[in-house]
Design a protein around this ligand. Structure first.
Ligand code: GLU
Length: 449
């Protein structure tokens, strides 16, 4: 199924696999990048001489630690914490923390690996890292989440800082968790170092637009892909999977650009609302009341909830997977194409399996892979770092304008790179190659470290 690698790249891939057994998501993310790199090694033989691929695939540092905490009844729980500091060629490690029961080293490493190239594409000075825990915030009280975050930071504080490593949110980590971790960092270090975390609250150093940025940015990216095809969101029927932060602000921007989102989801099921989702209601349920998306159907007569449903079976013209990894398989992708989908923009990280990607590329629909399409979140984190460094805060309009420019630039670079490397319109090649070359050149410049 997968594309052939050259003999040299296949040997490198096999060796990395052996060194990292069982980390299937990391293997998948790695292979996807390697499949784009054949022509790069021909053009830049120095990258092979300096073993850049082997070095990029080995994190600079990996920290795994115990996170003990007590629930409201006094029972003791032990979780595992991770921070993988993958690559600092372009700047301090930057990337989110994910709190979800599925988190293990393979997930953190796939996310960290993707983050290296995504961050490079933003054009901003940030390296790649990722972290998290197998802690499940679902159903926990505010106090339990606070105690967990405090315990997590009690170990992590030694490894992070404005100039070293700057975590942020990801699945299960939003403004509330960042706030608790920031408070604990401040207490442990006696320093008000705003730039140590991004995604902070607006009243203590956060940036406007950071909350909206991943969803807005992904929608801007799809808008650019549509423009190349002399098309737009106007009148388009869209699907957005998930109902968390990324999904919510993707829906918001699609509606602003004239599209209609008819369905979203959570890990239990799918909500379909043919008239277009009522975003105020989704926000109230998810952001304010922290409820499940199922409850939406109780408030809108024409809406229906499908327990265990598959959102990709619903016909659409634009699909924006914004839930989690591997949520679109080969069959889902084929169904989307058959039902008339013309554009896919990934708000989540690696939401499409290799088989699914092949279907989209073969069908030549506009396919924006996560490391390009969802870079708006981390890009706005870098803008938050800029504001913190200058002790400034920018307006919503100005910050959104900067985000728009960054996303248009990422799109242009990916498109031009895809043309230069003989695969015009293939944003997978464009993103992998452009991101890799930027990091590789910096690594060559730094010498063997
Ligand atoms: N978790 C987000 C991502 O996957 C954002 C990371 C950040 O802002 O540092 O890119």
């Amino acid at each position: 199924m997968a594309t052939q690698l050259s003999e040299k790249l296949e040997a490198i891939y096999q060796k990395i696999l052996q060194r990292n057994p069982g980390e299937t998501e990391f293997h998948q993310a790695l292979r996807e990048v390697l499949e784009s790199l054949g022509p790069v090694l021909v053009k830049y033989p120095e990258f092979a001489d300096r073993k850049i691929i082997e070095r990029i695939a080995e994190p600079e540092r990996q920290i795994i630690f115990r996170v003990p905490w007590q629930d409201d009844r006094g029972e003791v729980h032990i979780n595992r914490g991770f921070r993988v500091q993958f690559n600092s060629a372009l700047g301090p490690y930057k990337g989110g923390l994910r709190f979800h029961p599925s988190v293990y080293l393979g997930i953190v490493k796939f996310l960290g690996f993707e983050q290296i190239f995504k961050n490079a594409l933003t054009g901003l000075p940030i390296g790649g890292g990722k972290g998290g825990s197998d802690f499940d915030p679902k159903g926990k009280s505010d106090n339990e989440v606070m105690r967990f975050c405090q315990s997590f930071m009690t170990e992590l504080w030694r490894y992070v800082g404005e100039y070293t490593d700057v975590p942020a949110g990801d699945i299960g980590v939003g403004g509330r968790e960042i706030g608790y971790m920031f408070g604990q960092f401040k207490r442990l270090t006696s320093r008000y170092e705003a730039g140590v975390l991004t995604g902070k609250g607006l009243d203590y150093g956060g940036s406007l637009v950071r909350t909206e940025a991943t969803g807005y940015g992904a929608t801007f990216f799809v808008d650019e892909m549509l423009k190349v095809r002399k098309d737009s969101f106007e009148g388009k029927r869209c699907l957005v999977s998930g109902s968390g932060n990324v999904a919510i602000y993707t829906i918001e921007k699609i509606h602003q650009l004239g599209g209609t989102v008819v369905a979203c989801s959570d890990s239990n099921g799918v909500i379909v609302d043919e008239k277009g989702l009522d975003l105020a209601l989704v926000k109230q349920l998810k952001e304010v009341e922290r409820r499940r998306i199922k409850d939406y159907a109780g408030y809108r007569k024409q809406a229906r909830y499908v327990e265990g449903g598959n959102i990709w079976e619903i016909p659409c013209q634009v699909a924006m997977p914004s839930a989690t990894q591997n949520e679109i398989n080969g069959k889902d992708a084929a169904l989307l194409v058959k039902n008339g989908c013309v554009a896919v923009g990934e708000g989540a990280n690696m939401p499409t399996t290799p088989e699914g990607i092949k279907v989209f590329l073969d069908a030549r629909i506009a396919y924006g892979p996560g490391k390009a399409a969802n870079a708006g979140g981390v890009a706005t984190s870098a803008l938050e770092m800029q504001q913190n460094a200058t002790r400034d805060s920018w307006t919503f309009e100005y910050t959104e304008k900067r985000l728009g420019e960054i996303m248009r630039n990422i799109h242009r670079v990916c498109y031009e790179t895809s043309e230069e490397f003989g695969a015009p319109g293939n944003y997978v090649v464009g993103a992998n190659v452009a991101g890799f070359i930027k990091v590789a050149k910096a690594m060559v410049g730094h010498g063997l470290i």
